[in-house]
Design a protein around this ligand. Structure first.
Ligand code: ZN
Length: 421
């Protein structure tokens, strides 16, 4: 079976990005007209911004709609329960209602899915693959999202949910399970359970393909899981409110934007779209009729990269999850987030631990990266670190050696010590 080739929707996914954008603009106009007419919260947003539905003709016009941050959904639902004026269809057109932490109640319209099929196909899932779906089925949507997607791909699935690793191993052996949907860290635990039982996951379990989301996937975890089972593991990016937004193809190197949503990278302060490559907040517009989220601010940080991918898909790639926008700090006029510091220092084996600290003296921001090194620090290493930091952060930082064990073990990568009074 060729798990590398093909597309779920070839005509769409291979279209030039400009053509895909033009098709999105058309769908956007329809969704806006429907939302403003039927969802009071959307109508209020338009009134507040002095906009008429007809003002939004193109994807460039979209930026005129203010971003609705996730926290605003909680407020809206509190003040106008239960859906905050965002439900745009009668209740008999709602299939399920999910509850996410906040709490936020997300309605799912009849015949409206979450779009993970495109991602699963790109990852290598194929019709007839028996799968286990280990995402949770209670209250939050992950379990149902993948249940729907696997079902419509033609993959029979066992709705195992999380837990009971022994039963997961037994099911995999009994049914010849080939696909796994769930957290990669949980798949690793299943593999360890199989080994405890004297099994070799590669030989005795037939897993060939796995898909993960909801937690950052490190290169180390990916290769450990791939080697343990002899499978291909790919990841996707999405949220409980929005569903699938981006996913890896066989080529990896970022996540293709899904065709089902408009994804922008926006300045977290102003909501203005940022140029390619810049880090900003992932802002999403869905084509849902039941629950029209327009410029929904996910609070997640990422960046978009344009280029040609070997798989043939033409959509740009999201660089992956780079942190939360509430962790952003503005230093020397530039946004800085913990993920950038991590990216800059990741490849230096000599660096044991680090912490970037922002201070201010004589009205100037200073960025100091305190580093604990394995072995004796030397001048060339400091110069290499400072050069890499400048390259990745686009601002200068000075490296300061500290004794091993000095930095607090609180997981903080970036600390802002400036005071403004
Ligand atoms: Zn690709």
């Amino acid at each position: 079976m060729d798990r590398r080739a093909g597309f779920l929707n070839e005509a769409l996914e291979r279209k030039s990005w400009d053509e895909q954008r033009a098709a999105q603009a058309e769908r956007l106009r329809e969704v806006i007209a429907h939302a403003v007419a039927n969802a009071p919260a959307v109508a209020a947003t338009f009134r507040g911004a002095g906009l008429e539905p007809g003002d939004i003709r193109s994807l460039e016009d979209l930026a005129r709609i203010p971003v609705t941050p996730k926290a605003r959904l909680v407020e809206l639902q509190k003040s106008a329960p239960p859906f905050g004026g965002l439900l745009a269809v009668p209740l008999d057109q709602v299939r399920r209602i999910f509850r996410s932490p906040g709490p936020i109640y997300d309605p799912q319209g009849l015949d409206e899915g979450w779009g993970w099929e495109e991602a699963l196909f790109a990852a290598g899932f194929r019709r007839g693959d028996v799968c286990i779906n280990t995402f949770g089925y209670q209250m939050t949507p992950a379990g149902m999202m993948f249940d729907d997607a696997l079902g419509s791909l033609g993959c029979p699935l066992v709705p195992t949910g999380v837990g009971d690793r022994e039963a997961q191993v037994e099911i995999m052996r009994a049914l010849g399970v080939r696909g796994f949907a769930g957290m990669a860290s949980f798949l690793l635990q299943i593999g360890e359970k199989a080994k405890e039982q004297g099994l070799d996951p590669r030989r005795d379990l037939g897993l060939e393909v796995a898909f993960t989301t909801a937690e950052p996937l490190s290169d180390a975890l990916r290769s450990t899981v791939e080697d343990l089972f002899g499978l291909t593991l790919r990841q996707g990016f999405g949220t409980a409110d929005c569903g699938c937004l981006a996913y890896e193809c066989v080529e990896k190197g970022g996540m293709h934007l899904a065709s089902r949503a408009i994804v922008e990278i926006a300045d977290p302060e102003t909501g203005a779209p940022l140029p390619a490559g810049d880090v900003g907040e992932v802002v999403v517009t869905l084509f849902n009729r039941a629950y029209p989220l327009l410029r929904f601010g996910t609070g997640d940080l990422s960046a978009l990269e344009y280029g040609v991918c070997g798989c043939g898909r033409r959509s740009p790639k999201l660089r992956g999850w780079l942190g939360r926008s509430d962790q952003l700090v503005k230093v020397k006029g530039m946004f800085l987030h913990p993920g950038q510091v991590q990216a800059a220092l990741r490849d230096f084996a000599e660096v044991a631990r680090y912490r970037a600290v922002v201070t201010r003296a004589e009205n100037r921001d200073l960025l100091t990266v305190k580093v604990e090194v394995a072995g004796a620090p030397d001048v060339p290493l400091r110069e290499r670190l400072e050069a890499r930091l400048r390259e990745v952060l686009s601002i200068g930082a000075s490296v300061e050696w500290v004794d091993p064990g000095t930095l607090p073990a609180d997981g903080k990568v970036l600390e802002d010590l400036r005071t403004w009074d």
